[in-house]
Design a protein around this ligand. Sequence first.
Ligand SMILES: [Zn+2]
Length: 383
Amino acid sequence: MADPDLCTKFEKLLKKYECKYCYFIKWILIPEMIDGRYFCEPGSREFVELDSIDVEHLDRKTSRKNVLHRVMARVNFSGETCSFPLIVKLPKQNIMETTLCGSFLNEEMFYSKMTLNYGTDGISKCYASDLGRFDGQAVIVLEDLVASGYKQVAEKLNENHLKLCMKALATFHGKGLKLKAHKFPIFREFYAKLSEPIDWLHLNTSPGSVRTSELMVESTLDNPECLDTSLYSVLPVEATLSEKIRAKHNITSKLEFNDFWTICHGNFTRSNLFFRYENGYPSDVKVIDWSTMRYCSPSIDFGQILLENLPDDNNLAKVKAFCQNMLEIYLDAVKDVYLEVDRELLERDVIAKLPFAYGMIENRMLRKTGMMLRALDQLGSFD
Ligand SMILES: [Zn+2]
């Protein structure tokens, strides 16, 4: 009888080497990056060579379009060894497909071009973001945040986490608005690629076009396969509020493209946030997965992170104060990076578009949505 432990060990070993991406990372990507001085400080002239590489297959996301590997690259700098904990993201490419999917291209653009203008605060360090230099394989090579002490939050984000998130989000949105205002030719290249589908713009700027509702348009675009027409048909709130929402629902002239549109993350949720802690409190946040970026109302990102992390409190006044406080933090931080912004107009715009963010939230739990809608009502989103 074979030792079951030995069997699993053997299976693990097999698994470790069967993946063609593991092979690529170990024998092509990392050695070429070392030769190309990707791990050296800019301008350094020290002698550099490969020491060793460990590759771990992160295949919990097998259904996704990308494959992730955790890599430890040890590099020798003039005789001294340094370790680089990395996450390598590679698009799964089908033989039948010759083009990469848009989401990978978005993220590649983010790391190779946008960070040059947006800066790298709040973003994982990127060692390589390239579409073909390494044996024709598209790659994104990032620092492994877990190895640097960052953690994800398993449960809902608390107030301290959320405050950090609001600042990080506002900084990203504000930098985009500033870039749009001051360096439009640069901004144009980014937003042009993130404005798909074009119908979205067209739909919302042409008067008289027939639409079922703006709320539907938004949520359908995001999840074309799960058109939920019942989204607003049954509302877990009081009859008066329900009526109010329905009345608002039929106004189709509100969601227009406007000056506040900027590049948004598109999925600014807990699963894409890593926190560092000092004395038990979150002190820094890093945002990952920029593949869902798009050009839209900043309210979409703001509303998503806010609504998914409302405090567990049935006191409406408290929830309202909590939301207002988060909005203040957000608006102040936008103003910090983009001084010319009309804070008051932006505030009104964010509030008015929050129902769209509500429409985007996946897996809404019925017992929570009542509070989400009441919070939006308190903020004035349905007025
Ligand atoms: Zn692998």
